[in-house]
Design a protein around this ligand. Structure first.
Ligand SMILES: Nc1ncnc2c1ncn2[C@@H]1O[C@H](COP(=O)(O)OP(=O)(O)OP(=O)(O)O)[C@@H](O)[C@H]1O
Length: 877
């Protein structure tokens, strides 16, 4: 049936034709009866006359009867033919085919009438029922299983006549717990069918009533009489049909349920919500059709009146399940290739970035734009809804259109996965996506990586803003026009699961929000675009009350069941099927929805091929992107060949890597100021050893051999191999152990030299009993000596870099509870909690720090406002 064929007139036409057929039959019969009566009268009148006359009259009578019957046959045949043709148009394809020939015909837009059987007539006529957009249906009869078979047939016809997802079913079957229509079960997984349990009817009726109300308010909105009319105006169906199948009897319904059902019946048809009930009478209304089984498969329907309808047998079970499985699986998804242009890297990003992400409802490609408006995007969808795939789609569209000169990508993924790892070089595949400048993977417990990216972008924003000022440009397009030789690509920073970054009430969140605010506000004109994806934006406490920040993200993309990505009244995300998204460039306003079907863009092999193709287009030697890998241990850096001259400012120890885009090392400058010592705190031996070793190796490189003294002492057998290995690397190093510790401290405490001297002590706290022991009268204890070295050493260029396994032990070594810890100007905490660091911290109660594997918290009083995270290097000696 053509989409704009109005169903009401069609039903009337069928009614008219049936009435005409009946009238013609009655008239012909009447004529024959009259002829017969006349002939009879004539025969009586001439009774007794001549037998010839009698025979002639009989012949005349038979001829008249035959002619009347012939006329009846002719007229009936014409009407039958017309009705059959009409039936073919009214119930095309899947709506009308008999079961042996039945196939789904989703290309036929929307079923008109549905075939239920044939009218008992010679020749038989299809008996059709109006349902979708026309009526509800109440079936009754002696045998429920017959009716269930009829319902199964009607449902199959409906589902097979519309595109996947065009009809949604709710099946309430308290008697058989869904068994009566079990063939449709595969559709449950695809969310096309919902089986309503015995206790679920009220909720289902409420849900449908709410849907009707929503459709009235937001879809019909006083402009359309019903969804069918809206569909004609829009050229597409804005809402699926919803069909509630009730396999119940009236005693199953409470009065509240009955009242709600009456409401649904009353208002449902206009909203495309229909009820098909078996055994449960529906109110008598024009838009309630009935089917009453009289005997076996013979029935009367409200449309065919007193003509008997012989109902079709139920569709074969394998036909139903086969179809349901196919429908649930859906057509094979499109691939990433659907998003690639005929020619790569031909677009300019001067004004905007524009790339398709999938197919719209009309089969056209839907594009996402980032530029002055909309500048930033917010993507939402629960876990598994396809956010990563959506990002892949977008990245495929962007990277195939814009060369690395036009586009730079920064990709961070805070979930426990490595979705972006494929875009960075790896031992398996050393190539990378040329536009990608930074990739973050396995960073879910290191929110600082997110902060590092935002700081990096803020610095870039500043650089661009000052270039723009210099060129008197107000936006990127102008800057590029004024400075054609400059490298001003648009930057897109994607942060997947960004709620992790803002997940704590701490300094990281505070700084991240401030940076986001600045980038969101000023990034638009400087070509820096943020794409933030999250499972649930509502849960992000840090964004509460920051509507100005969220408002900058005018491009919203909602995956199925996404919450609060679109405007509150915009419920489109609730309705879209799997692998679809709602794209809305107007902050989620109802009128701006575009529904997109997303291709499956996850195929790794295909991505590798695409990446290889990109590489053939670039002859420049691109630097590989920076890879933040939370699980990787940074390698000890290759140090420069010529040692710098540190005579004036003091040598610098490298202690590990900071979490920073530029891989900045954590440094400690050992000047002649008080407190220039280091305490490493905690029980993680390998990490403590790695830190002291890194420091030792780097300090040694900054002095010509023989111009500095190195001392290594170790009091923990587990640390001895590392300590010994370090001692071997340090020129002229003097080794000490437990036995020689006191003489060592005695000698150091004399402070009789100004030569640079670096003292590395592993597990110093293990010597506490020895250091505390009283010695001869007037003789300082080991602790006294240690304190002298720490307090007075730096001024004489003697620096102690020690490892204590707990803060209290450090404190005990420095004088107990009331000890001053000024001599420890820098510290690194490993498995030590923030509050334990209170004595060493300017922050009351200590810094917010919960130990994490292979991370340290580093604070240098001379350079830090707040402590920073450090990752110990892997040092291979
Ligand atoms: N358009 C699509 N076509 C086919 N398969 C898809 C599509 N979108 C997603 N998928 C598949 O669905 C699964 C979940 O998708 P994806 O990983 O993108 O979801 P997500 O929202 O990022 O999930 P999570 O947050 O749990 O990682 C994947 O197996 C993916 O291949």
């Amino acid at each position: 049936m053509p989409p704009d064929f109005p169903r009401g007139p069609l039903v009337s036409a069928v009614r008219r034709e049936l009435a005409a057929a009946r009238a013609a039959a009655r008239a012909a019969l009447m004529a024959a009866t009259v002829a017969h009566a006349e002939a009879q009268a004539q025969r009586d009148a001439v009774a007794g006359r001549s037998p010839e006359r009698h025979r002639a009259l009989e012949g005349e009578r038979d001829a008249l009867i035959q002619a009347a019957q012939e006329k009846l046959r002719r007229e009936a045949a014409t009407v039958t033919e017309a009705l059959s043709a009409l039936a073919g148009t009214a119930a095309p394809g899947a709506a009308g085919q008999t079961w042996p020939a039945w196939t789904a015909t989703p290309g036929v837009p929307g079923p008109g009438l549905l075939r239920a059987g044939v009218i008992d007539h010679d020749p038989p006529l299809p008996a059709l029922l109006p349902v979708l957009d026309a009526a509800h249906l109440a079936l009754d009869g002696p045998d429920p299983s017959t009716l269930d078979g009829v319902i199964a047939g009607l449902l199959l016809r409906m589902l097979g006549s519309v595109p996947a997802g065009g009809v949604r079913l709710w099946i309430y079957d308290p008697g058989h717990l869904g068994g009566a229509l079990a063939g449709f079960a595969p559709l449950a997984a695809a969310e096309i069918t919902t089986y309503v349990g015995p206790g679920g009817l009220s909720a289902t009726l409420d849900e449908l009533a709410a849907q009707i109300q929503r459709i009235n308010e937001t879809v019909l909105a006083g402009e359309h009489a019903n969804v069918a009319a809206a569909a004609r105006v829009l050229g597409r169906r804005p809402e699926p049909w919803r069909v509630l199948v009730l396999l119940a009897d009236s005693t199953d319904l409470s009065s509240a349920q009955q009242a709600q059902l009456d409401r649904v019946v009353r208002a449902g048809v206009a909203a495309g919500v229909h009820v098909i009930s078996r055994g449960l009478p529906l109110p008598t209304r024009d838009d309630v059709q009935t089917v009453s089984v009289v005997d076996g498969w013979a029935a009367r329907t409200s449309l065919t009146g007193d003509l008997t309808v012989l109902l079709d047998p139920p569709p074969p079970a394998e036909l139903v399940t086969g179809f349901a499985k196919e429908l649930a699986a859906g057509p094979p998804p499109a691939t990433v290739d659907a998003l690639l242009p005929a020619e790569f890297w031909t677009e300019s990003s001067a004004r905007r970035l524009c790339a398709p992400i999938g197919e719209g409802t009309e089969g056209d490609l839907v594009e996402l734009t980032l530029g002055d408006d909309p500048p930033h995007a917010l993507i939402g969808g629960p876990s598994g809804s396809g956010k990563t795939n959506l990002l892949y789609c977008w990245l495929a569209g962007l990277t195939s259109r814009y060369s690395p000169e036009e586009l730079e990508l920064h990709l961070l993924d805070f979930k426990e996965g490595v979705s972006f790892a494929r875009f960075a070089p790896s031992p398996r595949d050393p190539s990378w996506l040329p536009q990608v400048r930074l990739v973050g993977v396995n960073i879910n417990s290191d929110r600082e990586f997110g902060l590092a990216l935002l700081r990096h972008l803020a610095a870039e924003l500043k650089r661009r803003a000052s270039a723009a000022k210099k060129h008197e440009a107000t936006k990127l397009a102008e800057l590029r026009a004024e400075d054609p030789e400059g490298h001003w690509p648009r930057i897109v920073a994607v942060i997947d699961e960004f709620q992790v970054l803002l997940g704590e009430r701490d300094a990281v969140t505070t700084e991240a929000v401030a940076l986001l605010e600045d980038l969101a506000r000023r990034g638009r004109s400087q070509g820096i675009h943020l794409v933030l994806a999250s499972q649930d934006v509502t849960g992000i406490e840090a964004l509460w009350g920051r509507s100005a920040l969220v408002a900058q993200f005018t491009l919203r993309i909602a995956l199925p069941k996404a919450r609060r990505i679109l405007a509150e009244t915009n419920l489109a995300a609730e309705l879209i099927p799997r692998h679809h998204a709602v794209v809305n460039a107007d902050s989620g306003a109802v009128g701006a929805n575009q529904i997109v079907k997303l291709p499956d863009a996850g195929d790794r092999t295909r991505w590798q091929e695409i990446q290889t193709q990109f590489w053939t287009l670039t002859d420049a030697l691109l630097d590989p992107p920076r890879l933040f890998d939370g699980e990787a241990v940074p390698a000890f850096p290759v140090l420069p060949g010529t040692p710098p001259d540190f005579a004036k400012d003091g040598a610098v120890a490298l202690l590990g890597e900071t979490i920073d885009v530029a891989r900045r090392p954590a440094t400690l400058r050992l000047t002649r100021s008080p407190g220039r010592n280091l305490a490493v705190l905690g029980t993680r031996t390998p990490e403590a050893c790695a830190i002291l070793t890194s420091a030792g190796l780097t300090l040694a490189r900054q002095h010509e051999p023989g111009t500095a003294d190195f001392v290594v002492a170790c009091l923990d057998p587990d640390a001895q191999p590392a300590a010994k290995a370090l001692a071997v690397e340090l020129p002229g190093c003097v080794w000490h152990d437990e036995d020689s510790l006191l003489p060592m401290l005695t000698q150091l405490a004399q402070l009789d030299t100004d030569r640079p001297r670096y003292v590395f002590v592993f597990a110093l706290d293990a010597a506490a009993p020895q250091l505390a022991a009283k010695r001869g009268v007037g003789e300082p204890t080991g602790h006294d000596l240690l304190r002298t070295v720490l307090n007075r050493g730096p001024e004489r260029r003697t620096h102690l870099l020690g490892w204590w396994r707990s803060v209290p032990r450090l404190r005990d070594d420095l004088g107990g509870i009331a000890a001053r810890l000024d001599s420890i100007g820098a510290w690194i905490a490993l498995d030590v909690h923030g509050q334990e660091l209170a004595p060493l911290s300017a922050q009351p109660g200590g810094p917010a720090w919960y130990p994490r594997p292979h991370r340290g918290l580093f604070f240098d009083r001379a350079t830090h406002r707040a402590p920073e995270i450090l990752i110990p290097y892997e040092v291979d000696l």
